[in-house]
Design a protein around this ligand. Sequence first.
Ligand code: CO
Length: 138
Amino acid sequence: MFGRLNHVGVATPSIAGAREHYARLFGAASVGEAFDLPDQSVKVCFVEAGNTQLELIEPLSDASPIAGFLARNPAGGQHHLCFEVADLDAAITDLTATGARVLGTPRLGAHGTRIVFLHPQSMGGVLVELMEAPDGGH
Ligand code: CO
């Protein structure tokens, strides 16, 4: 059902600081520009990491779920894994049938594609994002 790992979400209290950190590690050309996702009250930035990407996430306000995460992890940390699926609606149907907890309904994510999150309780303690991608998993 799941396809490739699209990205690893990393919460950070400072995208500016994180961009400098990852520019040193992966090279400046690997670090994209930061942009706001006002719907989700976050600022994000993608880092090319060879076979996957890192999604750096900074909260834009206390209303962001990332703000709660940073309250528990002030230095930041790994927040979620994002896997590609070919058909998001079919994946939700299949996962729901197995008792997995799907959080809300699909919406547009940071890549401009449809995404949904799965509760960590259903995923071995890991917050999982599913992203619809034409050549994603089956
Ligand atoms: Co993500």
